[in-house]
Design a protein around this ligand. Structure first.
Ligand code: ASP
Length: 572
């Protein structure tokens, strides 16, 4: 390979193939070519008459020679040698590349994706896709070491309930009927457990029609796993083994035990169910300090604060921007207090607070000169949420800094919210087993009280990104029917959507539990990328389009006819 040649190869005749990375004229008769393949580049000296332009594909046979003294390039692995006396065969000519091929120029992402085949030649993508492959391979090894068997579940299915919108595929043979593409293999892996597979895994493609973000694509890959006769502890064990193996495969270092935090603690300390524990700035509860306050803005279910060291230097406009941000996130406002050298609190609202209250804030937050303190007062959950977002906004280190902080978040609530029509919304999915200690509460709770019911669901978090979720499942059809009832899924609807699962449970279902984590996200963080598109060979843009194939595109009338479909005119 081009990038493998070294001084030890001097004197040998070699043949290398690759793309012309760059060309410099040496003299009238000779030209320097940097030839690139997946391993790197090598300098090749060719007859100046060869028409070898940027990105031409060539095969070169010549002799490896030491570079002339003073011309070695210490920044290049092959910098001590070059290939001389070359025979050149042009395998393919090439148009000038659509963007500069050096690694320094920032190229617009749409242009990169439009010509992804050229973009993939760059070392960043070469490295990232290989990192991803290592992750996949290590996961397979780890799961197989633990006795898991790889099973492929179908892509054309009836809807799965992961809470997102389905992508659907029209049926030609049954016009007017649709398959859904799987949001996950959830139901099939549970059916595998009823089928005695015992330990299932799959590196599964999942499809969810949700708005795209830096950490989200329509389709994504996840390690999906399920096991029978196991507890939550066993699942942590299996998944930790896989994630530690994947990390070691990329970084060379095996992470230690993965710490745990309860969902409730995570919300209290970090205001998030996916806390980034690479930095402090934890939330403090100040509700007691304001128990008998005269200041209306602080008469709230919850008052909480965070301390930002050095923040006293923030300009007025930065503080205004942060306040606007909190309002956009759904807050009523944001109170800031700068800590002066004599530890007095400089704030537009200081005059509304009693001396005891000001002292209480300083003490609880451990205020030091030069800090800025941010306070939010609202309903409990919203206060946590807003300060959690603010904490990340102000403190989150870049992806390549602060190490890899894996974290299990345990004891998730069973329901995340009560919808406008009074039905509880499942926090995970409707097959999640309630926490053993909260079964009675589940039966007696009404309205908002339901939000206190915990579940046997857990998440794996890395540096503030949710990698994945799992749970102990309900394996009895009576309990499952009862949960459907609480969720407001009527018997008829339950039969229609999940009847086959309820039926399966009647034929001997083992207790089972499982998990799934997103491979794109793990690969991105391990590759040091902030955006999962950088570890996906052919991703969609933020707006869900593929600039290369132009998908999504219209289909022709014959195809529509065959499917029994008619497209309505689009509303302006
Ligand atoms: N099916 C779930 C998901 O894709 C994971 C699980 O519960 O195993 O999020």
């Amino acid at each position: 390979m081009c990038g493998d040649l070294r001084s030890a190869d001097v004197g040998s005749t070699v043949t290398v193939c690759g793309w012309v990375d760059s060309r410099r004229e040496h003299s009238q008769h000779l030209a320097f070519i940097d030839l690139r393949d997946r391993s790197g580049v090598v300098q090749v000296i060719v007859d100046g008459n060869h028409d070898l332009r940027s990105e031409y594909v060539a095969k070169v046979t010549g002799t490896v020679a030491e570079r002339i003294e003073g011309t070695a390039n210490a920044n290049l692995a092959t910098g001590d040698i070059e290939i001389r006396d070359c025979e050149v065969e042009i395998l393919s000519e090439a148009e000038p590349p659509p963007f500069p091929m050096d690694e320094r120029t920032d190229v617009d992402e749409t242009i990169r994706l439009r010509h992804r085949y050229v973009d993939l030649r760059k070392s960043r993508m070469q490295k990232n896709l290989r990192t991803r492959a290592k992750v996949n391979s290590a996961i397979r090894t780890a799961m197989e070491e633990q006795g898991f068997v790889e099973i492929e579940t179908p892509m054309l299915i009836a809807s799965t309930p992961e809470g997102a919108r389905d992508f659907v595929v029209p049926s030609r043979q049954k016009p007017g009927n649709f398959y859904a593409l799987p949001q996950s293999p959830q139901i099939f892996k549970q059916l595998c457990m009823v089928g005695g597979i015992d330990r299932y895994y799959q590196i599964a493609r999942c499809m969810r029609d949700e708005d795209l973000r830096a950490d989200r694509q329509f389709e994504f890959m996840q390690l999906d796993a399920e096991a029978s006769f196991v507890t939550q502890e066993d699942v942590f064990e299996f998944i930790s083994h896989a994630i530690r193996g994947a990390t070691e495969a990329v970084t060379g270092e095996r992470p230690g035990d993965i710490p745990r935090i309860t969902w409730d603690d995570a919300m209290e300390r970090y205001g998030s169910d996916k806390p980034d524990t690479r930095f402090g700035m934890e939330l403090e509860n100040l509700t007691e300090v304001f128990a008998s306050t005269e200041f209306n803005a602080f008469k709230a279910e919850r008052v909480m604060g965070i301390r930002v060291p050095g923040g006293a230097e923030f300009s007025r406009s930065k503080l205004d921007d942060l306040t606007d941000m909190v309002k956009r996130w759904g807050g009523k406002g944001l109170v800031w207090m700068k800590v002066e050298d004599d530890l007095t609190l400089n704030s537009p609202v200081a005059k509304f607070c009693s001396d005891d209250e000001l002292a209480g804030i300083k003490e609880k937050l451990g205020a030091e000169a030069g800090d800025v303190l941010f306070l939010v007062a609202d309903r409990k959950r919203r206060t946590q949420h807003l300060l959690g977002l603010l904490r990340v906004e102000l403190g989150r280190p870049p992806v390549t800094e602060g190490g890899l902080n894996y974290l299990w978040v345990v004891d998730f609530p069973l329901f995340e919210d009560i919808s406008d029509d009074g039905k509880p919304v499942p926090a995970h999915h409707p097959f999640t087993m309630p926490h053993a200690d909260d079964i009675e509460l589940l039966e007696s709770a009404e309205g908002e009280e339901l939000l206190d019911v915990r579940s046997q669901a857990y998440d794996l978090v890395l540096n503030g990104w949710e990698l994945g979720s799992g749970s102990v499942r309900i394996h009895r059809s009576d309990v499952q029917s009862r949960i459907f009832e609480i969720l407001g899924i009527g018997e008829e609807e339950a039969q229609l959507k999940f009847g086959f699962l309820l039926d399966a449970f009647k034929y001997g279902a083992p207790p089972h539990a499982g998990f799934a984590f997103g491979i794109d996200r793990v690969a991105a963080i391990l590759a040091g990328e902030e955006n999962i598109r950088e570890v996906i060979a052919f991703p969609k843009t933020q707006s869900g389009a593929d600039p290369l194939t132009k998908a999504p595109t219209a289909i022709d009338d014959t195809q529509l006819e065959e499917l029994g479909l008619r497209v309505l005119p689009q509303a302006e």
